[in-house]
Design a protein around this ligand. Structure first.
Ligand SMILES: Cc1cc2nc3c(=O)[nH]c(=O)nc-3n(C[C@H](O)[C@H](O)[C@H](O)COP(=O)(O)OP(=O)(O)OC[C@H]3O[C@@H](n4cnc5c(N)ncnc54)[C@H](O)[C@@H]3O)c2cc1C
Length: 393
């Protein structure tokens, strides 16, 4: 696919840039702006920003007009991500809903489900999380043990989901559950929409190394859902979950690249701030490492554009998404390590008395999670070996 912009796409970019210039707050660009706030406050600010973007017509630009979108192309989506990054805008509150759940419902859900849930995702009034992983089912997702049993008018779901991001603020979870013989692995899994206000739902945030708790344990004890909570067909949930995971490794990575660019900007500013005395400038080897990180970040941006090429043909990011996710995760680790080594040596050894890490130490910890969430580096490498390089493994 040709990612050269059409006149219409260039107009879209300019209109958006003007809008963002008027709406993005300068203080969002300050290093540590988000990290200094509690998780709840951070979520509240992101939610307000979500609503502002929705009011401007900048959420779901690729969704069909029928469901409140603008029916635009994946290239428009790419331009949106690029301009949000350029403006150093905050992430939105419900990126799981906008980037993963809505496109999954558009591909695998019913018309009724799209009509019911997409408006709430668009305006941020209903927030989503994804309950796929379990304590003993992460890389091997087909080992899920959460069970959904048929009842007279729906299903009863019981199980324990782990690492459910932002569940403490969510209204709904997309849950993967077993609806048949476990020996049949992925052939007896189904996906359900579970309202988190239902009796039997318990949510416990999991404290991370850096002190925040964005991920949660999600316990489902005999949670009743109606028959129309099933997404797609019974025992065909694997397709739904793979659609969502491909999106998580694909279009969602664009948003992560944008965040990484913000982090890198902070690094650049710290290293080359006006007034840094000449004696304090980094030596050649440090500058070479810095330049290499910059080049990798630029290359990743170009890869994202290439992936858009694949998307327009089949509607999903394709296997290049695994390459992109792996490169992003590794680069975020390397940038964090470089930042720590050149800017924040104390951060390596000094425990933070508050228990909440900030600055480069926090980036280091978060980057470790980046190499796990959405599929670990090892799993991405296997996918690349099998499906991109076609190696016999
Ligand atoms: C920050 C964060 C957010 C997350 N958000 C969500 C979410 O919102 N919803 C959700 O459902 N899940 C979420 N997850 C879970 C995530 O998808 C899993 O943690 C991930 O898939 C790894 O599974 P696991 O933790 O069970 O590790 P395991 O699968 O037990 O892996 C342990 C180690 O073994 C390696 N390994 C496992 N299998 C293989 C293999 N076949 N070949 C080579 N190496 C292998 C892995 O690479 C890893 O190093 C999140 C995780 C994190 C860290």
């Amino acid at each position: 696919m040709n990612v050269t912009e059409t006149p219409d796409q260039t107009r879209f970019r300019h209109e958006l840039r003007t809008w963002l210039d008027a709406h993005v707050r300068p203080q969002w660009r300050e290093p540590g702006f988000e990290e200094q706030a509690s998780v709840a406050l951070r979520f509240a600010v992101r939610r307000k920003w979500h609503r502002t973007l929705a009011t401007g017509g900048w959420i779901g630009v690729e969704w069909p007009v029928e469901y409140g979108g603008r029916g635009l192309t994946p290239v428009h989506g790419l331009i949106l991500s690029e301009e949000l990054a350029r403006a150093r805008a905050l992430p939105i509150a419900d990126w799981v809903g906008v980037e993963l759940v809505a496109p999954t419902l558009l591909r695998c859900g019913s018309h009724e489900q799209r009509a019911r849930y997409l408006p709430g995702i668009m305006d941020g009034s209903e927030v989503w999380c994804q309950g796929f992983s379990e304590p003993a089912a992460g890389s091997d997702l087909a080992a899920v043990t959460t069970v959904a049993t048929r009842t007279a008018d729906g299903y009863r779901i019981s199980g324990h989901k782990r690492w459910t991001s932002w569940a403490q603020f969510a209204d709904f979870a997309l849950v993967l559950a077993r609806t048949g013989d476990p020996a049949a692995r992925h052939r007896t899994l189904s996906c359900f929409i579970v309202p988190l206000g239902s009796p039997g739902v318990t949510i416990e945030p999991i404290p991370m190394l850096y002190g925040d708790a964005e991920e949660c344990d999600l316990h489902l004890d005999d949670v009743e859902v109606p028959a129309d909570a099933l997404v797609g067909e019974e025992n065909k949930g694997w397709r739904t979950v793979m659609t969502s995971l491909t999106l998580a490794r694909g279009s969602a990575t664009l948003i992560r690249i944008a965040a990484l660019k913000r982090t890198f900007d902070g690094l650049t500013r710290d290293m080359f701030a006006p007034g840094v005395p000449a004696a304090g400038l980094p030596d050649d080897s440090v500058l070479r490492s810095f330049a290499l990180l910059h080049a990798r970040l630029e290359a990743l941006g170009h890869l994202a554009r290439r992936k858009m090429g694949e998307m327009e043909d089949d509607g999903l990011p394709g296997q290049i998404a695994s390459t992109e996710k792996l490169l992003w995760a590794r680069l975020s680790s390397d940038i964090a390590r470089f930042g720590m080594e050149t800017q924040d040596l104390d951060g390596i050894v000094e425990p933070d008395p508050s228990g909440v890490s900030t600055g480069w130490r926090r980036e280091m910890y978060r980057a470790m999670a980046n190499e796990i969430e959405g599929g670990t580096n090892a799993i991405q490498r296997t996918t690349i070996a099998r499906h991109v390089l076609k190696l016999p493994c």
